[in-house]
Design a protein around this ligand. Structure first.
Ligand SMILES: Cc1ncc(COP(=O)(O)O)c(C=O)c1O
Length: 639
């Protein structure tokens, strides 16, 4: 896609955007300059006005009541205009030294500039540094392969950021117009606001800049959840400052611009929303495209497709020759009902540890099937307890099976499946696992986890489209279940035998769903399989919780119990809040939320799964913030 059809010029900020990961130089220089006058600044104080011209930055700091009081205490009088000028003069050499020392290019900066130039765009720069401070930075950057076509420094326009004058100057001198063909890239809120004020596409840089303020090594050393949460919070602040797009670092700029341009080509009302729901979920374009072919259900090619998909589904669960996959038409619940009806004989008894709606649905299904259920009640914030399951099995020898939901999607809680499976195996009972929202992402290994049946569906963590459930069954267990099922359509033994005999599904197969799942599994493998998927969802979840917390939202679950699949948030206490309106406003901004599923507490849910990453989560948090503003809700804290 040609970026030159949309843009002529990209203007980059310097520190925190192209050089000096973490934007450390100005912080150290300002702290040193003030310390010489007996005033100890904190890092957050210094970072608050980052991006402004350095003289404006010093003025802003001296205008701050705490700093002014500290100045008076140290110097015996309030700061004067002359003090301010003297400080600015002191800062010059300190900044120059620090800027020179930290002028290492941020990873991907040089290659991004090369790619932009190769696409026919020009590259300019602007900074809150003076030209004198910039001299050593320019030399060091050029030696590392970055030399922009143009530079505007502080003091060269009547006003600095957030005014748009530096951008106007660059455009006037380079002969670029209109401003809508210009991209401004900056890590500071003042710099993002500058881009917005100029009428450019304003791109914020979250991870390498002032919002986090850590070196690349410092950021890498953070545990993943904390890193993701801090990047999300920095991104949310940049969106609040007016960014159109937020990226982690300059290395992500070209793909982000290409995505932005591709989105523009879709007319507004038809633009696809991002589904933040745990199935159906956002799928990749390749997966959608796989449905453009019609398949004959009797055709050998389709039979091969089904066989290959089933083989892969067994392998993803760590199954071998002793496991088989039985696919089934319909949504996940059809497969749950089929598994319960097939594996639980008439007259058998099923223990159901219950900590949410999907557990309760199992109990309802057993009721319909006329199979006895023993419910083991838990709180919705309480993981299923292996010790209580142990006791219940010990107390009642008539219990033949345990039906366990792995990730209870109504809250997002993770149940300790390995421990529960070990207890059930020790008692020699059958285990039926509803792994609908966990299969493909959370660890599930049939080599170490003994189950009779494990149930999932196409449109969940494998990121296929909905329409097909499947049951990974222990072959020996399945073979012993002939005649159990109450239903012809849901008899998994019959479905499996027919498939084995003919290679075909018994009744009309969801051909397009199977084809999409084939592509989704190929994409899954290419992207690094289960570990990579879990890593992406974990990062999404941390970014979501971090970003929503900055708005005041509180997750329903403590972090330790939260599976990285879906997050339940308490509804805001504000009287102006009501979910349907909140949903509509967030939907108008391109994101589909999920209503809460709890009876006692008012909540809503946001999925972390699907073909989405940090950018979508950041934009979603910004959309939520915007929706709250429109509803007049200042504080999203719950009751
Ligand atoms: C744990 C769990 N079980 C069962 C289901 C039911 O699946 P479906 O809505 O596709 O019938 C879901 C759906 O999200 C689920 O998360």
């Amino acid at each position: 896609m040609s970026l030159a059809r949309h843009f002529d010029l990209v203007i980059f900020d310097w520190a925190g955007t192209m050089v000096d990961f973490g934007c450390l130089a100005p912080v150290e220089a300002l702290i040193a300059a003030f310390a010489r006058r007996g005033v100890m600044l904190t890092e957050p104080e210094v970072r608050r006005d980052m991006g402004k011209a350095k003289a404006d930055h010093v003025r802003a700091l001296l205008g701050d009541p705490r700093t002014a009081a500290a100045w008076s205490a140290a110097n015996g009088a309030a700061p004067t205009a002359r003090d301010c000028e003297a400080l600015i003069a002191d800062l010059g050499p300190l900044m120059r030294d620090q800027a020179a020392r930290t002028a290492t290019l941020i990873g991907g900066a040089a290659i991004t500039v090369q790619a932009l130039r190769a696409a026919g765009l020009r590259v300019a720069s602007s900074t809150g540094y003076t030209r004198e401070m910039m001299q050593p930075v320019l030399e060091r950057a050029a030696a590392q392969g970055y030399a922009p076509d143009h530079l505007v420094c502080s003091g060269e326009t009547a006003q600095g950021r957030p005014s748009p004058l530096m951008i106007y100057k660059a455009c006037a001198e380079l002969g670029v117009w209109p401003l809508s063909r210009v991209v401004k890239v900056d890590d500071s809120e003042a710099g993002v606001a500058e881009g917005r004020a100029a009428g450019c596409l304003s791109v914020g840089v979250a991870a390498s800049g002032n919002g986090i303020g850590l070196s690349a090594a410092g950021l890498d050393a953070l545990p993943l959840p904390e890193r993701a949460a801090r990047i999300a919070a920095a991104g949310a602040a940049l969106y609040a400052a007016g960014a159109d797009v937020v990226i982690d670092s300059v290395a992500d700029l070209v793909p982000a611009l290409e995505r932005y341009v591709a989105d523009l080509r879709q007319p507004g009302p038809c633009r696809e929303p991002v589904l933040l729901t745990p199935g159906p979920l956002t799928t990749e374009s390749q997966t959608k495209a796989a449905m453009l072919v019609d398949w004959g259900s009797w055709d050998g090619a389709f039979n091969d497709l089904t066989a290959a998909v089933c083989r892969d589904l067994v392998a993803i669960a760590g199954g071998g020759d002793e496991h088989v996959c039985v696919p089934l038409q319909g949504s996940g619940t059809f497969a749950v009902e089929a598994a319960l009806g097939t594996f639980v004989p008439k007259g058998a008894k099923v223990l159901v540890p219950d900590n949410g709606s999907y557990c309760k649905r199992i109990v309802r299904i057993l009721g319909y099937l006329g199979r006895e259920a023993v419910v083991l009640p838990h709180g919705e914030q309480e993981p299923a307890d292996p010790a209580r399951i142990d006791d219940a099995l010990a107390a009642d020898a008539a219990i033949t099976h345990v039906a366990q939901v792995h990730c209870e999607t109504s809250t997002g809680i993770l149940n300790p499946l390995p421990q529960i499976a070990a207890v059930v195996a020790r008692h020699g009972r059958g285990l039926i696992v509803d792994a609908m929202s966990s299969y493909g992402a959370l660890p599930l290994d049939a080599r170490s986890l003994r189950f009779d049946a494990l149930i999932a569906a196409s449109g969940k963590c494998l990121e296929g489209v909905p329409g097909m459930g499947f049951v990974i069954a222990r072959r020996a267990a399945l073979e012993s279940c002939a005649g159990n099922s109450h239903s012809l359509a849901l008899d998994l033994v019959d479905q499996w035998r027919y498939l084995q005999m003919t290679g075909q599904w018994r009744f009309t197969p969801p051909t397009h769903v199977v084809a999409a799942l084939r592509t989704a599994i190929d994409r899954y493998r290419r992207q690094g399989g289960r570990e990579a998927r879990l890593a992406r969802y974990t990062a999404n979840c941390a970014a979501l919780i971090g970003g929503m917390r900055t708005l005041g939202f509180a997750p329903f679950l403590p972090d330790a119990l939260q599976a990285p699949i879906i997050v339940t948030f308490h509804s805001p206490a504000d009287a102006a809040y009501e979910f349907p309106e909140f949903y509509r406003l967030v939907r108008d901004r391109g994101f589909i939320l999920y209503p809460g599923k709890l009876t006692a507490v008012d909540t809503f849910r946001v999925g972390c799964i699907g073909a989405i990453g940090a950018e979508e989560i950041r934009r979603a948090v910004a959309a939520v913030a915007d929706a709250l503003r429109e509803m007049g809700i200042r504080e999203a804290a719950p009751k």
